[in-house]
Design a protein. Structure first.
Length: 429
C-alpha cells in the first residue's frame, strides 16, 4: 500500500489558490481519462493496465526463467526510459549488494569507453569455478537509433559474436518499437528474440512493458505482483484519485509561485534509482516552454552532508518530496556497548530502521522549519506489488500535473537539440 501526506506542504500554500488549482487538476484528470489532452496518442501506459495482456506477461516470465537457468550476467543496454525503470525496481526489491545470479549490469546509458572496456574485462574474467561467465544481453531502444545505446550494443554484439559464434543470436534479446528502425532490421537479419514497446507508450512510461518487465523478471522479481499492483492502483484511481489530485494541485501552486526545484529523496539507499526514475519522468515531461520545477534526486542521509545545508538555509525556492518506507525488513540492532568512550550507549538495543526513521522525521521537521514545503509518499514496504502501485501513481500524477501546465507531457522536443549538436560535431551526414 502507498499513501500520500501533504500536510508539510499545505501549510505553505495559499488555500484559495490551491482550491482553484484543484479544479484545474480535476479538469486535467478528465483530459487524461477522455484522451482529450495533447499527446493523447501516447496514453498506452494506461491501456495496458486497463486490459492486461496475460499472454505477454507469461511469455516474458518464461523467457526470464530460461535466462535465469543459464546466465551468470545479464546486461541491460539502454538509456533514459529504456533502463531507468528496470534499475529502479530491481534495486528497490533486491537491494544494492549483488545477491545471486544472474548479476544485472547496465550499459548503453552513457558513452564512456573506459566503462565498456572494464565491463568487457569483467565479463572475460572466469568465475570462481574457473569456468567462463555465461552472458546474455538485452538491448532496449524504442527508436533503435539512440547513439549511446547503439554504440554500446555494437561493442557487445561484436564481443558476443566472437565469444559464442552463431550462438550469440540466441543470447541477444532486442526490445524495440513494433516496426522500422535499425534494431528491427538487425532482428530480421540475425534472428534475435524480439519484444515490443507499443507505439502508444513513450520510453519513460514503459517500465510495465517488456522494457522493464524482462530485466526485472530476470532479476528474480515477481512481475505478476508488480504489474497487478499497478493494475490495482489504476482501478482505485479510476474510482477516486482525490489524494493524487490534491498533490498535483499543490505542486502546480508551487510551480506558479516560482518554486524552482523539487528535491526528491529517500532515506533508503535502495530507492536511489527509483528517485532517479521519478526525476526523469517529471523532468522530461514538465520541462518545456519555460515551465516546470527542476526535479533533483537526493540520497539521504548521505546528501544531508552535502546539499543538506542548501536545503536548510539556501535560497527559499524549493519543495521536497520524501519516499518513506514504513517497514524495512531488517532487524539489525545497535549492540550493547562494551566501550563506553564511543558514547553510543543511548542507541543500545535500537534498530537501525528506527534510528533511520528518527533521522528522517528530524530532517522533515527541520526542513519544514526552514521554510521548505514537504510532500511525503509512504510505502508500506519495498515489494513488487507496492512498487507497481507507486509506478502507476507517479505516471498518472505526472500526466495530470503536466496537463495543468498546458504542455504535452509525452514528448521531449528539447532532447533533440543536444543530439543535433553532437551529430554535427561528430560529422554525421
Ligand atoms: O522517455 C523517453 O522517451 C526517453 O527517455 C527515451 O526512453 C530515451 O531517450 C531512449 O530512447 P530509445 O528507447 O528510443 O533509445
Amino acid at each position: 500500500m502507498i499513501t500520500i501526506n501533504v500536510e508539510g506542504a499545505l501549510r505553505f500554500a495559499d488555500k484559495k489558490s490551491v482550491a482553484q488549482a484543484l479544479e484545474q487538476a480535476k479538469e486535467a484528470y478528465r483530459q487524461v481519462l477522455t484522451g482529450a489532452g495533447p499527446g493523447n496518442e501516447w496514453l498506452g501506459w494506461r491501456h495496458l493496465l486497463q486490459s492486461p495482456n496475460d499472454a505477454e506477461l507469461d511469455r516474458v516470465e518464461r523467457k526470464a526463467a530460461a535466462i535465469r537457468e543459464e546466465a551468470d550476467v545479464f546486461i541491460v543496454c539502454g538509456i533514459g526510459g529504456s533502463y531507468l525503470g528496470a534499475k529502479a525496481v530491481i534495486e528497490a526489491v533486491n537491494g544494492l549488494i549483488p545477491n545471486g545470479k544472474p548479476e544485472i549490469l547496465y550499459a548503453g546509458h552513457q558513452i564512456s569507453g573506459r566503462y565498456l572496456e572494464q565491463l568487457i574485462r569483467y565479463l572475460e574474467e572466469p568465475k570462481a569455478t574457473g569456468e567462463a561467465k555465461r552472458v546474455y544481453l538485452n538491448v532496449i531502444s524504442k527508436s533503435g537509433t539512440t547513439l549511446e545505446t547503439a554504440i554500446a550494443f555494437k561493442v557487445f554484439r561484436e564481443w558476443m559474436e566472437k565469444q559464442y559464434g552463431d550462438e550469440a543470436s540466441r543470447r541477444i534479446i532486442a526490445t524495440t518499437g513494433p516496426e522500422g528502425g535499425v534494431l528491427n532490421k538487425m532482428i530480421d537479419e540475425r534472428g534475435y528474440d524480439k519484444y515490443i514497446i507499443p507505439n502508444d507508450v513513450g520510453g519513460r512510461f514503459s517500465v510495465l512493458t517488456p522494457v522493464g518487465l524482462l530485466p526485472i523478471a530476470v532479476a528474480g522479481i515477481d512481475i505478476q505482483s508488480l504489474f497487478y499492483g499497478a493494475v490495482k492502483k489504476f482501478r482505485e484511481c479510476e474510482k477516486s484519485a482525490d489524494d493524487m489530485l490534491e498533490y498535483a494541485a499543490l505542486r502546480y501552486h508551487f510551480q506558479e509561485t516560482d518554486k524552482a526545484m523539487d528535491v526528491i529523496g529517500s532515506f533508503e539507499p535502495e530507492l536511489n534509482a527509483f528517485t532517479g526514475w521519478i526525476q526523469q519522468l517529471l523532468g522530461e515531461s514538465e520541462g518545456k516552454e519555460g515551465k516546470g520545477i527542476f526535479p533533483v534526486s537526493a540520497a539521504y542521509s548521505t546528501d544531508l552532508h552535502s546539499i543538506g545545508q542548501m536545503i536548510q538555509q539556501g535560497k527559499r525556492n524549493m519543495i521536497e518530496t520524501f519516499l518513506v518506507v514504513e517497514e524495512s525488513g531488517s532487524r539489525l540492532t545497535v549492540s550493547e556497548s562494551d566501550f563506553k568512550a564511543d558514547e553510543l550507549d543511548y542507541l543500545s538495543g535500537k534498530e537501525f530502521h528506527e534510528i533511520n526513521k528518527k533521522a528522517l522525521e528530524g530532517t522533515i521537521e527541520a526542513h519544514i522549519e526552514g521554510g521548505v514545503p514537504v510532500f511525503r509518499i509512504n510505502i508500506q514496504k519495498l515489494n513488487a506489488q507496492n512498487l507497481g502501485e507507486l509506478i502507476y501513481f507517479y505516471e498518472l500524477f505526472t500526466a495530470v500535473y503536466v496537463y495543468m501546465l498546458q504542455v504535452n507531457p509525452f514528448n521531449q522536443p528539447g532532447v533533440e537539440d543536444y543530439k543535433k549538436a553532437m551529430y554535427r560535431n561528430l560529422g554525421k551526414k
